[in-house]
Design a protein around this ligand. Structure first.
Ligand SMILES: Cc1cc2nc3c(=O)[nH]c(=O)nc-3n(C[C@H](O)[C@H](O)[C@H](O)COP(=O)(O)O)c2cc1C
Length: 197
């Protein structure tokens, strides 16, 4: 299903090294005439790192989308009753957020948005980026892959020598993944490895 003119939620969690690529996808969604709402986890809205300052990311998200970013659980909650998102993408999705999501924990704005959105049986897209993807989080990724209305941006090992348990989504496939999810299908292949260096 064409993404043009759809309303899409883009949720950021604390995989800061992925933000450059995630913001590129935000721009691509706007270029497709999507109405885009961003949501930030408390960590993503407060941690300054070598990848940039939290306030700058929040400002940039508002500049690109024209909508105020959602920064609190109470502001994310209306996504359920108002059902205003056609699809919600968590990009990047940390191991922390993936672990909580598959266990029904709702203690961040991103998790609240996901819970609220899923209750409407609408697609939730996950772009996993975590150093323990093939370790502690493997079982959680497996659970999420098996859940209704959850779709994955294809992912793979980004550096099997230095980070043998790391999994990273091919973020450039976000839009085709959402389009496929809007038609109820998981884009394939879901595992693409290795990354080109
Ligand atoms: C500089 C930096 C980079 C990080 N990168 C990642 C990452 O790529 N993947 C990940 O799962 N966690 C990463 N973390 C850890 C998360 O930010 C941390 O688990 C946090 O609690 C996530 O919270 P959230 O999922 O609510 O955003 C990173 C932390 C820092 C400070």
């Amino acid at each position: 299903m064409d993404i043009k003119n759809k309303t899409i939620g883009v949720a950021f969690t604390g995989s800061f090294c992925t933000y450059k690529k995630a913001f590129l996808e935000l721009e691509r969604l706007k270029a497709c005439n999507c109405n885009v709402y961003t949501i930030f986890s408390e960590r993503s809205a407060s941690i300054n790192s070598r990848f940039g300052n939290a306030d700058d990311f929040i400002k940039k998200a508002e500049e690109i989308t024209g909508n105020k970013p959602i920064l609190t659980i109470e502001d994310a909650e209306p996504i359920g009753p108002k059902a205003y998102l056609d699809a919600l993408a968590i990009i990047p999705c940390t191991g922390n957020t993936a672990a909580k999501l598959c266990n029904g924990i709702t203690d961040s704005p991103v998790l609240m948005a996901a819970k609220a959105h899923i209750r409407n049986e609408l697609p939730l897209i996950i772009a996993i980026c975590t150093n323990d993807g093939l370790g502690a989080n493997m079982k959680n990724i497996g659970m999420l892959l098996n859940m209704k209305n959850i779709y994955f941006v294809p992912f793979g090992q980004d550096d099997h020598i230095k980070k043998p348990k790391s999994l990273v989504a091919h973020t450039e496939l976000l839009i085709p993944t959402i389009e496929s999810a809007l038609s109820g299908k998981q884009i394939q292949p879901v595992v693409i490895s290795p990354f080109k260096k």
